[in-house]
Design a binder for this molecule. Structure first.
Ligand code: GLN
Ligand code: ZN
Length: 758
């Protein structure tokens, strides 16, 4: 009897082997055959890990050289016109990355994760054609390796729901073209073996579904489940509950439904109808999105609850989602503090957890052998240690955070801005930048050498000061009005703060795929957050001492710090965020006491933390706004608070943005003229706004004329008194040769516009 199940496994490799070989191939250092060779090695190793751990349902086709949505587009022949004529790997990587003649396909976040998929481009005019070769190949590889895998595919409704129509209109209009290919796919699959298990991922089911999508669920799964007698279909969703879709799926002839009982606790409400329907339930109970050791007692209790309704013969113990969203294996964490390491569990370790929990649940503790018993006891001990460790708890932080009930800044915005404009005396259309300047090879090396001890503190600090000097000199020379120090000391806008806050841990090899060959290594929050000493004051004060102009201090906001970290699971996220906010409010106070007059608190990840379900949004907005406000609550009326957000679509959240109460917000609008700014006018937004006037994501240097035009477009929407002029985002990924002329042109453009306005 099969008992346990893993939705999917990371593919980048425990030493990021896939990343390495892809980048070599792209640099033309190795042939494509080398990529294929590494890929097969990885697939086999990952199957081996899973089968060694005793996982019953192991996937194939969860592997990808770049992205599974892209694989699905290739499988369906959904090739945008500009790539026609390319073949095989040139086509595949061309779609993913573009080339000198063709822009890459768009990439966007996979639900509320930090994984990015390639957005399919569909059109009613195009014709589509099935190519199931990747799936067939992976199935055969797995069989040859000695396992009988389930086959993972992205479902038609999710595929269409995440696509965009290049000819405008609703992607579901292509249902009639795409659906027959899925039927053909299942026919092809059915010939691969006597019996087959196919996992069809439909994570779109966890969103609020419109009537159109709801109406497609039954016909889709009636059809797919009837294609072949020898295929059993599991429809799986994750990251939230899927109650509406479940209520429909139970009336289709599919075999099982996979549900996330951790991030979608409400799925428990579906147990009754699942029980009546006789469906098997793949119960997602081991967290696929976090790094903490599972608490077996809690998980067993959850399974018992599920088993009150669903007979155990119809239950699988599963990961809550693909383990793609966790790092690979703890075995390379050689430097991590032993106690912290003992609290963690990455993908490979989660396999053992899933296996052990299923054995405990189905067969009881008596069935464990001595090795398994040892694992069980170690797990219990680790959980106890994590609960009771002194380093987790900071009484004074807890007391301060819970006592905090007022977090309003002094003075209304109207009163503040009047004082600020008098005191700070900046002109209308004031020019500034978002914070970072190019991260040169030299400063990266200095940071790395300082970390390893190859460079002394003195030499390192001198290096940073030299860079700041150069940034200040350049900004003065080019005539910018509000300066920044350039952020040379920051490797990353979250890690830099994490490293200086107590309660944060860091990994050596905790890489998680973000897109293609790119991985991120989020720090993790394990305990109460406090700030032993100021984090930015020295650098910012140094920069201010080098200029008569205003030097803007630079911080990362609480919500962004939270959203880009792995967060402790023994406390609500909102509480953790509040602790970070309190620490930041002390930093704001230190900065203003050191004479810094403007402070920018970046909230680049504010929007990506939004819940998937509308009913949960108000709660999130509530605490997210609260915590931004707490972090700047120490600012005096005279201190001007800026914030920056890396996107442009504010229509749904404009009231929330306004409620944050930043005196100035800079946003990303350069690619959309003034369209996206209109919402600010529409709602009568009062605070000042810096809509990016050029796109920093491209190496192109924008001309003066172009930016004059862009500024004039902005002036059609908002008055000059309300506008700031700045690039779209930080400049760290650009080169100085691009940044210097771009900013000079920007300042020049403002001069021309000011002249015209006179
Ligand atoms: N201040 C940061 C920078 O300029 C902001 C980065 C971001 O918004 N992603 O780099
Ligand atoms: Zn940005």
């Amino acid at each position: 009897m099969s008992k346990n199940y893993v939705i999917g496994f990371p593919r980048i490799g425990e030493q990021r082997e896939l990343k390495r070989v892809l980048e070599k191939y792209w640099a033309k250092e190795v042939a494509f055959s080398e990529v294929e060779c590494v890929a097969l090695e990885l697939k086999e190793r990952h199957w081996e890990y899973q089968s060694d751990a005793g996982i019953d349902c192991i996937s194939c086709n969860d592997f990808s050289l770049y992205d599974n949505m892209l694989d699905t587009s290739v499988m369906l022949g959904a090739i945008p016109a500009r790539f026609k004529g390319l073949k095989n790997e040139e086509l595949y990587f061309g779609m993913a990355r573009g080339d000198s003649e063709r822009v890459a396909m768009e990439m966007t976040k996979w639900f509320n994760t930090n994984y990015h998929y390639i957005v399919p481009e569909l059109s009613l005019e195009d014709s589509y054609l099935l190519d199931a070769s990747k799936i067939v190949k992976e199935y055969k590889e797995a069989k040859a390796f000695g396992i009988k895998p389930k086959i993972n595919i992205i479902g038609p409704l999710t595929y269409l729901g995440l696509s965009k129509r290049v000819d405008g209109g609703d992607s579901y209009a292509l249902y009639g073209k795409i659906m027959p290919l899925y039927v053909e796919l299942l026919e092809t699959i059915s010939r691969l073996d006597e019996t087959l298990l196919v996992q069809i991922d439909e994570p779109i089911f966890v969103k609020d579904l419109d009537t159109k999508l709801l109406s497609l669920i039954k016909p889709t799964y009636d059809t797919l489940a009837n294609v072949a007698q020898n295929i059993e279909i599991v429809v799986s969703s994750y990251f939230e509950h899927a109650k509406e879709a479940t209520a429909i799926l139970v009336h289709t002839p599919i075999f099982a439904i996979g549900l996330d009982f951790l991030y979608g606790e409400e799925n428990l409400d579906s147990l009754e109808i699942l029980a009546q329907s006789g469906k098997t339930v793949v119960a997602g109970v081991v967290d696929g999105r976090n790094i903490w050791k599972n608490n077996f007692d809690t998980t067993l209790a959850l399974l018992e609850k599920i088993a009150l309704k669903i007979p155990v013969e119809r239950l699988y113990v599963s990961s809550s989602c693909s383990l793609l969203h966790t790092p690979f294996s703890l075995k390379y964490e050689e430097k991590m503090d032993a106690q912290l390491k003992n609290w963690l569990s990455y993908a490979v370790e989660k396999l053992d957890e899933i296996s052990l929990i299923s054995q405990l649940f189905f067969e009881g503790e008596k069935s464990l052998n001595s090795f398994e018993l040892e694992l069980l006891h170690a797990n219990r001990d680790a959980n106890i240690s994590r609960k009771t460790a002194a380093r987790i708890h900071n009484k004074s932080v807890q007391a301060r955070v819970s006592a905090l009930d007022t977090f309003e800044r002094k003075g209304s915005f109207d009163a503040r801005i009047k004082i600020q404009r008098e005191l700070l005396a900046y002109e209308d259309l004031a020019t500034t930048s978002i914070g970072s300047f190019p991260q040169t090879a030299q400063i990266r090396k200095a940071r790395a050498d300082y970390k390893t001890g190859a460079m002394t503190k003195e030499a390192y600090e001198q290096e940073m000061r030299n860079y700041i000097d150069a940034c200040v000199a350049f900004q003065e020379e080019c005539g910018l009005e509000v300066l920044v120090h350039g952020e040379p000391e920051r490797n990353d806008m979250v890690e830099y703060f994490g490293e200086q806050l107590s309660g944060y841990g860091f990994s050596q090899n905790g890489w998680v795929q973000s897109y293609g060959s790119r991985c991120v290594k989020p720090p993790f929050i394990y305990g109460d957050i406090s700030r032993p000493k100021s984090m930015t004051v020295e650098w910012i004060s140094y920069a201010q001492s080098k200029t008569e102009k205003i030097m803007k201090g630079m911080l990362t906001g609480p919500v962004t710090i939270l959203n880009w970290s792995f967060v402790r699971d023994d406390m609500p996220r909102s509480e953790v965020s509040k602790q970070i906010a309190v620490a930041l409010s002390d930093e704001v106070d230190d900065l203003q006491n050191a004479g810094i007059k403007m402070i920018q608190v970046d909230e680049a990840a504010f929007k990506e933390g939004y819940p998937l379900r509308k009913t949960k949004i108000a709660r999130y907005e509530n605490w997210a706004v609260r915590d931004f406000k707490i972090s700047v609550s120490s600012a005096k009326k005279e201190t001007q608070i800026h914030t920056h957000m890396c996107y442009s679509e504010f229509n749904d959240i404009i009231k929330t943005i306004e409620a944050m109460g930043a005196d100035v917000i800079s946003i990303e609008t350069a690619r959309s003229g003034n369209e996206l700014l209109k919402i600010f006018k529409k709602v009568g937004y009062k605070q000042e706004v810096g809509p990016g006037v050029y796109d920093i994501h491209s190496p192109r240097v924008p001309s003066v004329q172009e930016m004059v035009h862009q500024i004039e477009l902005l002036l059609e929407v908002l008055p000059k008194e309300q506008l700031w002029i700045n690039p779209d985002c930080g400049l760290k990924t650009r080169k100085w040769e691009e940044v210097k002329p771009s900013l000079k042109n920007m300042v020049e453009a403002v001069k021309i516009v000011r002249e015209k306005l006179k």
